[in-house]
Design a protein around this ligand. Structure first.
Ligand code: SME
Length: 164
């Protein structure tokens, strides 16, 4: 397993993602533990893309219902639980789709874990057509996520889906 992350010297997003994704595959292919793999993916995304906050919320049973529960992440401390349909993460879970939020204050019901967070992208991972987790990425800049992020982060989600 590669222990050093190679980060593209080019500063453009596509180059950085393109250098990162094969390394994520190499980093996770020899490990079966989900937590270990999600932890390294969060760290590698943070190191490469310098996101303000990047991490996972996993669907878990909680007192007879399901909730999103905070998983491996990098960045400031965050909210631990999110309900179905709540906030951006819970909406991505409920609707089983990617949500890009250019301005979190304009998203009804957005859950503010940090007042510094200004824009956000959330992507679900599915198994048997059910969401098993979401990847949440926050930026401290408005309108920081675009179709390039969506394209490459979807590749990351496909890699994660193979782990379940
Ligand atoms: N903003 C998210 C909550 C998670 S934090 O951003 C880390 C939401 O609205 O679901």
């Amino acid at each position: 397993m590669a222990e050093n992350l190679l980060i593209a010297t080019e500063s453009d997003k596509p180059s950085r993602y393109k250098t990162l994704i094969p390394q994520l595959e190499a980093l996770t292919s020899g490990e079966t533990d989900i937590t270990a793999n999600l932890a390294n993916i969060a760290a590698a995304l943070k190191q490469t893309m310098n996101f303000f906050w990047v991490g996972f919320y996993l669907v878990k049973d909680s007192g007879g219902k399901q909730e999103l529960v905070l998983g491996p992440f990098q960045g400031p401390i965050a909210c631990t639980r999110v309900g179905l349909g709540k906030g951006v993460c819970g909406t991505s879970w409920k609707e089983k789709k990617v949500i890009v939020v250019p301005d979190v204050e304009a998203f009804p019901g957005h859950i503010a874990c940090s007042s510094a967070s200004k824009s956000e992208i959330v992507l679900p991972a599915l198994k048997n057509n059910e969401v098993v987790l979401v990847l949440d990425v926050d930026s401290d800049k408005l309108n920081d996520f675009d179709s390039t992020d969506e394209k490459y982060l979807l590749q990351v989600m496909q890699l994660i889906e193979k782990m379940f």
